[in-house]
Structures are given as structure tokens and as C-alpha cells.
Ligand binder design. Structure first.
Ligand code: S3P
Length: 428
């Protein structure tokens, strides 16, 4: 296993920016609600800012109060209006898929939704097909099941769906379509995916009934009023520094404050603990229906451990940085059952395998994952980031921990989810 060149020899605490998933949803639910909302802890990264700008052009009044706080006034969902131009969601799959659902259910709206080159390669049939079954008019402009998407909003009809994929984006797109059209939806998924949308419905006083952890129904009325959304730090961003703190040498813990600990997102903690990592959760509390806490991360000796299929949805965004933990682990690393990685900001199986090979690691790729044995050394090389923030951040953490010089084609993608990432890294 690789030996860390960084030692944690003094106590240190850091904060990471607001949760990306909850930031997108705070905009969408502020738009659905009538009147004034306040958002605090908003991730001022490019992804949620695109969603905020798109909804401003649909009629939301947005005033920045500084430092991630916003005052947002909605005319009510029935008074949102068609935008003058194309809605640009940048790199954000969550932004475009969830917004597509919401807009498809508003009969007064006609809109075209697009994004950057990476987003326009990502699959959209997964939301378009069930939305059409609800009565939506949604087409792929180029006829390839990819963005740009053209939506003519409709009054949709009540719907029951069993998703073949454990995806919070599919789930949320359909639920938001139902909320927009004031109809009920019954939803089943194969594994639990993140449930921030369900939590927000409950937080706003909506009617959601769980029949099992994998099956729920949401029913009208959905007459939400503006609310105060307080967003915790993003565990998917904290993950980079959790792995950093565990794999660094030394004895002192790293304190990562104010992190969202929604049970459907904490797989990273479970997996790293299974690998031998010492992570303590302190100061547990609740905000807007979400669990929050501080994390104390101790330098630890890590070992390879089996990652079971049921954990995949809750670590789906953390697999690149978990792979870095695998480079510092006795016995190496294996991930499987993770075919969904091929539909992320890049094909993350291919992005990780090709960069690991550049580092001199012998990797075995499969259709749903990859595997390598214990790694003794890596060599300096040029990392290709594939327009993917999490690929860039994972290898930047690796370079800092290992002391091996890595160059990057472009790290600007990091700003989509974690502005300030490099400033924190430089502080060690
Ligand atoms: C997200 C859901 C996940 C995740 C993405 C954010 C969300 O995608 O990868 O970064 O906010 O709903 P899938 O639901 O498609 O797995």
C-alpha cells in the first residue's frame, strides 16, 4: 500500500460547502411554494447556481443576502412563466433531470433545457419514458435521448412506477412532475436512493406515506408556502477530506464540521469504517428534516473490504475517492455492481481505470466496476479529468497524500460542486 507523505500533527478543523442535492431541491421547492422562502448554506457552485438562474428566468425573484444565503420569492407554481431563452444547466444532471420533471407538469410552460458537452452525453430516456407515461410532452431535440430537451408542459395524470434503477434523480423528477401537476404518485425503487425530495415534502407539510423503505405514495394537496431552508455541508464533498484524514500519517484527528448525515448518504462512512477507518460522529442534530453532525477523522490503517451491492446507491458519488483510499489499503480495492458509474459526469469506470493505468497500477475492468491488488508505488503522470469534478478532486487528494506529482488537463470542473477545494488542500 502507498505510504502517506503528509502527517496530521496538529488538530485542525474544516468546513465544506453546502450539499449539492439539497441546494438544487431548495430552489425547486421554493419555486413550487407560494411566497417568500429563505435559503441558507446554499452551494454557490456552478451546478446549483445554474438551477437558480434557470428558475429566475422562469419567474422566481432571487436576492442574494451574501455568503450562501438567498431570499427567494415565487409567484406560485401556476404563475411561473416560459423562459425567453434556452435554460442552461451547465454540468448538472440533477439540475436538468429534476427541473425537466417539474416543468413537464406545468401546463403554462414551454421550455428547452440544455447543458455542457458532458451533460449532453448523459442518458435522459430514464426520465423521458416514465414522464411520457404520465402524459408529458418531452422530446430530445436531436432525437438521441440526450439533452437538449424540449418540453411543452401538460396537466399530467396520476401515476404508479416501479423503477428498474435505484436513482434519486429519476425518483425526484417524477415526484416533482406530480407535485407540479397536483396529482398523486406511487413509486417503488430496487434499493434506497437518497431521499432529500421526500424529506423536503415532509418538511413543507406535504402528504407522503411509506409502505416500505422502497415504496411510497405522495398525494395532493400540495399547497406549499415559502419556508426557511438551512442546508448542511455536503458529505460527498467532505468525503475527499475524510479519505485525506484517514490516509494521512500522524496522530491528530481532522474535524469536519456541519455535515449532512442523511442515512441514505452515509455509505462512505460505513465502507471506510469497514476498511478500518476511525471516524467519530459528534454534535448530532436535525435541520429541515435532515440529520447533521460533525466528523472526527483519525489517521488509520486501512484494509481491503467487500463493498456489498446494497451500499452502492449511497456511495455512488464517492467511488472515485474511495478508490484513492484503496491505493492506501492493504490488499487493494474492488468495486462491482456499480454500472451506474458509466452514466455520471463522465463514464467513471473508464475515467478511473484509464487514470489508474497511467499511474502504473494494474487494474482489471469489468462492466460494472474494477479491481486492483495491493499497490506499492505510483508514478508521476498527466491525469485526464474527462470534464468530471470528482475525478479531478480524487487525483488531487492522491497527489497531496502520496507526494507524487500529477498534472491535470483541466481542474475548473471542481467549481461545479466544491469551490474552495484547492484552498483547503493547500492549507495542509
Ligand atoms: C443525485 C442523485 C445521484 C447522484 C447525483 C445527485 C440527486 O444520481 O449521483 O450526484 O441529487 O438526486 P442518481 O440518482 O442518478 O444515481
Amino acid at each position: 500500500m502507498l505510504k502517506p507523505q503528509i502527517k496530521l500533527s496538529a488538530k485542525k478543523e474544516i468546513y465544506v460547502p453546502g450539499d449539492k442535492s439539497i441546494s438544487h431541491r431548495s430552489v425547486l421547492f421554493s419555486a413550487l411554494a407560494q411566497g417568500k422562502s429563505e435559503i441558507h448554506g446554499f452551494l454557490e457552485g456552478e451546478d446549483p447556481l445554474h438551477t437558480l438562474n434557470c428558475f429566475a428566468s422562469l419567474g422566481l425573484s432571487v436576492e442574494s443576502l451574501g455568503k450562501g444565503s438567498y431570499s427567494v420569492q415565487s409567484p406560485g407554481k401556476q404563475n411561473l412563466k416560459s423562459p425567453a431563452g434556452v435554460l442552461d444547466f451547465g454540468n448538472a444532471g440533477t439540475g436538468i433531470r429534476l427541473s425537466a420533471g417539474l416543468l413537464a407538469g406545468l401546463p403554462q410552460i414551454t421550455a428547452t433545457l440544455t447543458g455542457d458537452a458532458s451533460l449532453c452525453k448523459r442518458p435522459m430516456a430514464r426520465i423521458m419514458n416514465p414522464l411520457r407515461e404520465m402524459g408529458a410532452d418531452i422530446i430530445s431535440v436531436e432525437g438521441n435521448d440526450r439533452a437538449p430537451l424540449r418540453i411543452v408542459g401538460k396537466q399530467l395524470k396520476r401515476y404508479s412506477y416501479t423503477s428498474p434503477i435505484a436513482s434519486a434523480q429519476i425518483k425526484s423528477a417524477l415526484v416533482l412532475a406530480a407535485l407540479a401537476s397536483e396529482i398523486s404518485i406511487d413509486y417503488k425503487e430496487p434499493e434506497v436512493s437518497r431521499d432529500h425530495t421526500e424529506n423536503m415534502i415532509r418538511f413543507l407539510g406535504g402528504n407522503i406515506k411509506h409502505h416500505s423503505p422502497l415504496h411510497f405514495t405522495v398525494e395532493p394537496p400540495y399547497h406549499f408556502e415559502g419556508a426557511k431552508f438551512v442546508i448542511p455541508g455536503d458529505i460527498s464533498s467532505a468525503a475527499f477530506y475524510i479519505v485525506f484524514g484517514l490516509c494521512a500519517g500522524g496522530t491528530e484527528p481532522l474535524l469536519i464540521r456541519n455535515i449532512g448525515l442523511n442515512p441514505s448518504r452515509v455509505g462512505i462512512i460505513t465502507v471506510l469504517r469497514n476498511m478500518g477507518g476511525k471516524i467519530e460522529v459528534t454534535a448530532k442534530r436535525q435541520e429541515c428534516g435532515e440529520e447533521i453532525g460533525d466528523l472526527l477523522v483519525y489517521p488509520s490503517k486501512l484494509n481491503r473490504s467487500v463493498i456489498t451491492e446494497d451500499l452502492i446507491p449511497s456511495i455512488i458519488d464517492e467511488i472515485p475517492i474511495l478508490t484513492v483510499a484503496g491505493l492506501f489499503s492493504e490488499g487493494g480495492f474492488q468495486i462491482s455492481h456499480a454500472e451506474e458509474l458509466r452514466a455520471k459526469e463522465s463514464d467513471r469506470i473508464q475515467s478511473m481505470v484509464s487514470n489508474l493505468e497511467r499511474l502504473g497500477v494494474t487494474v482489471k475492468e469489468s462492466k460494472d466496476g474494477y479491481e486492483f491488488g495491493e499497490v506499492k508505488e505510483i508514478k508521476p503522470c498527466a491525469i485526464e479529468t474527462f470534464m468530471d469534478h470528482r475525478i479531478a478532486m480524487s487525483f488531487a487528494i492522491l497527489s497531496k497524500l502520496s507526494g507524487v506529482e500529477l498534472t491535470f488537463d483541466d481542474t475548473s470542473w471542481v467549481d461545479t460542486s466544491f469551490p474552495g477545494f484547492f484552498e483547503i488542500l493547500k492549507s495542509f
